[in-house]
Design a protein around this ligand. Structure first.
Ligand SMILES: NC(=O)c1ccc[n+]([C@@H]2O[C@H](COP(=O)([O-])OP(=O)(O)OC[C@H]3O[C@@H](n4cnc5c(N)ncnc54)[C@H](O)[C@@H]3O)[C@@H](O)[C@H]2O)c1
Length: 357
């Protein structure tokens, strides 16, 4: 029987409220595989989410992370803070020798992401990122079908996430200098990488802002990616369109394979082929079933890792590749250059390593 791990939830308002309501009760009360020993939020009103949904005692709620770590020793922390505070929280967690499960993105800059990467490696702690959309039921069904090679080799991928988000305003604190679209597209770039079964080799972005869009940053992009395994991907994203064709959780992917075309649209997966039996002219593929998806599943896998299991597919190492693709895509959109993603990442890792001494 594994020892039940102790953890602190950092951030219980905003998206942290969703963690308190939908994820923590599953882990703590339903599966009973970890013990919530504290919750932190600078806003005491947000503590109510942890108290109400998980039954945490009020005396275990803190407005200061250091005090919580000092008074409630734990094995890991869950960080659900705005991205510009991620490095601050990671630093404190490592100081107290904790493993870390943290919301995407690693940081709001590539420099911060590389510093966090080195710090975690030097501290020899486990860290994973809840880049959740890739781990949703529909994407996993498509990914596993591609991995099975049932329809032969993967040729190329198309992805689409287009919305009318004109009423939204970009969050200047979180992404002061970045394209609103591409920062939001972190999930879709990660999904394309997973569907391809490869990290990115090069990326070329055309990004812009139509004159009717209220955004400061580029809100539309066409992104072309060549993966290290030779698979090509084309991604269309916009937050400035007149209609939401494929929004959150309803995004579109098409995988052109040697023997069939696999299309995922609004969570429906269809296979089409003109090649005749045994390949279907048109067939719906039922989505896979398992006990949990997205955050719940990611937290289960993280806990299993800390208990001696294998590293989960959303480990810090994996997510750094997605992060590099994201920031290289942003840079390509700003410079008009094709970016070699691996060189881009290696250069920034070296700079961060020197900076940390
Ligand atoms: N995986 C997903 O689908 C998904 C969806 C939404 C948000 N997120 C991620 O979740 C994270 C949080 O986003 P959000 O929109 O909830 O942010 P937010 O700005 O709403 O802040 C979340 C909470 O952090 C608290 N907080 C702020 N500073 C703090 C500090 N120094 N110490 C303790 N608490 C502090 C706030 O009071 C708030 O309750 C981000 O990394 C975001 O990218 C992920």
């Amino acid at each position: 029987m594994n020892k039940k791990l102790r953890f602190i939830q950092v951030g219980t308002g905003g998206f942290g409220a969703r963690w308190c309501e939908g994820i923590l009760p599953y882990i703590v009360n339903e599966l009973n595989i970890a013990e919530l020993v504290g919750a932190v939020d600078v806003n005491p009103v947000a503590h109510q989410n942890a108290i109400k949904y998980t039954g945490l005692d009020a005396f275990r709620c803190y407005t200061d992370l250091r005090t919580a770590l000092e008074e409630q020793p734990c094995d890991f922390v869950v960080i659900v803070l705005p991205a510009h505070l991620h490095e601050y929280a990671v630093d404190l967690a490592l100081e107290y020798n904790c493993h870390i499960l943290m919301e995407k993105p690693i940081s709001d800059t590539i420099e911060g992401s590389c510093r966090i990467y080195h710090k975690v490696k030097r501290a020899n702690r486990n860290m994973a990122i809840t880049i959740s959309h890739r781990f949703d039921q529909d994407k996993q069904t498509l990914q596993r079908l591609l991995q099975s090679r049932q329809y032969g080799k993967l040729h190329y991928l198309i992805g689409r996430f287009t919305t009318n988000n004109r009423a939204a305003v970009s969050n200047p604190r979180e992404y002061a200098h970045h394209h609103f679209l591409i920062s939001s597209a972190v999930h879709q770039l990660d999904i394309l990488r997973a569907l391809a079964g490869s990290n990115a080799k090069t990326v070329y972005t055309q990004s812009w802002n139509p004159d009717w869009a209220p955004f400061k940053e580029h809100s539309t992009a066409l992104i072309s990616i060549e993966m290290e395994n030779g698979v090509r991907a084309l991604y269309e994203g916009s937050k400035s369109n007149a209609v939401q064709l494929n929004g959150w959780l309803q995004d579109y992917y098409r995988a052109e394979c040697e023997l069939a075309s696999l299309e995922l649209d609004h969570r429906q997966l269809t296979v089409r082929s003109d090649l005749g039996f045994p390949y279907p002219n048109r067939a719906e593929v039922p989505l896979l079933e398992q006990r949990s998806w997205t955050h719940r599943w990611l937290m289960e896998m993280f806990i299993a890792w800390l208990q001696g299991g294998e590293a989960p597919p959303n480990s810090l190492d994996d997510n750094l590749q997605g992060t590099a693709l994201q920031f290289a895509a942003i840079e390509s959109g700003l410079t008009g250059e094709v970016i070699d993603v691996q060189t881009y990442l290696q250069n920034r890792l070296e700079v961060a390593d020197k900076e940390l001494g």
